[in-house]
Design a protein around this ligand. Structure first.
Ligand code: PEP
Ligand code: MN
Length: 344
């Protein structure tokens, strides 16, 4: 439920409400919008709902108490009407600009990463990606360079100025990944790894949460809710395709999820046409599609020699293909932005 304070409620009144929420064994999260503070009450409310609505409603400075039927609270537009805007080393996500995350599927060597980082930076990428800990379907496939890969990513950041994003696969890796990376990525296979979600909720780094390949939009938002309710408001959502009966593509990119999520939540949304399609030639059309439906950005895999890549060889773009993609998405994004702003 949300406790909506009166416009101009005093600090003491807001503190009083928070204190009462804590006294009930629940957790308060306050958000100020348009000069009015709303305090979300999170925790197990259950059958106490009518009693609590009445009790909180009587506190000084409270305008109303709204029960929220949606299971996600802190990530909802109702609680936080403005878009969440995340800034990382000068890269801004969610402010209407186009975020382009690009880089190899896996960090394979210093040379491979630096060469790719230089090329994607020159082409206009805003964030460098690269997997150091790789979740591979086969235990016999390349598993990533681990901590050495993290060091190369940090060096690539020094070299290019681009913030870096990389996956964290388990709770024991959270601290070390947060030490080297600017954004922590939770992969599709871990979207419902609740202890991992809670742990990344406690670090001072933005988190990009990829949609589970079998997750509904609501399950996706509940996973984001774990991170935000653990204390980290800087969550980026990533639509990377879901598994359907179709086999021509690796996954099915759920384009409708983008405008749907924009309606339901204030968190920025990135699309990943590389993992969604699994095919190089489908990356560009689906990147364009994602931008057309309002995505805040795109994540794309880029490799100096895609056919020789140690992972996801079939879907990585070479440098020319990435430059071509950039030349196409930038003007499209400008047009789309005008359309959504009502000027086009
Ligand atoms: C990745 O982006 O490196 C990755 C493994 O993606 P996903 O978790 O979406 O499969
Ligand atoms: Mn990959």
């Amino acid at each position: 439920m949300f406790v909506v304070m009166t416009v101009g409620a005093s600090e003491a009144e807001i503190l009083g409400v928070k204190g009462q929420i804590l006294a009930e064994g629940l957790t308060p999260f306050a958000h100020v919008s348009g000069g009015r503070t709303t305090v979300a009450v999170v925790g197990e409310i259950g059958a106490r709902k009518p009693t609590l609505i009445e009790r909180f409603g009587r506190l000084p400075g409270v305008a109303s108490v709204t029960p929220i039927s949606r299971p996600f609270k802190l990530t909802s537009r109702e609680f936080h009407p403005e878009n969440t805007v995340i800034e990382i080393l000068g890269a801004v996500i969610g402010d209407g600009s186009l975020t382009m995350m690009a880089g190899p599927c896996s960090v394979e060597s210093k040379e491979q990463l630096f060469e790719t980082a230089d090329a994607v930076k020159a082409a206009g990428a805003t964030i460098l990606r690269g997997g150091a800990f790789k979740p591979r379907t086969s235990p016999y496939a390349f598993q990533g360079l681990g901590v050495q890969g993290l060091r190369f990513l940090a060096e690539a950041r020094e070299r290019t100025g681009l913030p870096v994003i990389t996956e964290v696969m388990e709770p024991s890796q959270v601290d070390i990944v947060a030490e080297y990376a600017d954004v922590l990525q939770i992969g599709t296979r871990n979207m419902q790894n609740y202890s991992l979600l809670r742990d990344v909720g406690r670090v001072a780094r933005p988190v990009m949460l990829k949609r589970g390949y079998g997750a509904t939009v609501e399950e996706f938002l509940m996973a984001a809710e774990y991170i935000v309710s653990s204390g980290n408001p800087n969550v980026i959502l990533c639509e990377r395709g879901i598994r359907t009966f179709e086999t021509y593509t690796r996954n099915t990119m759920d384009l409708a999820a983008v405008p749907l999520l924009h309606r339901l939540t204030h968190l920025p949304i990135i699309v990943d046409p590389s993992h969604a399609t699994g095919k190089r030639w489908l990356v560009k059309p689906l990147a364009l599609g994602g931008i057309a439906v309002g995505a805040d950005g795109v994540m794309v895999e880029v490799h100096p020699n895609p056919d020789a890549a140690l992972s996801d060889a079939e879907q990585q773009l070479d440098f020319d293909q990435f430059r071509d993609l950039m030349a196409t998405v930038i003007p499209l994004h400008e047009q789309v932005r005008a359309v959504y702003a009502g000027n086009g």
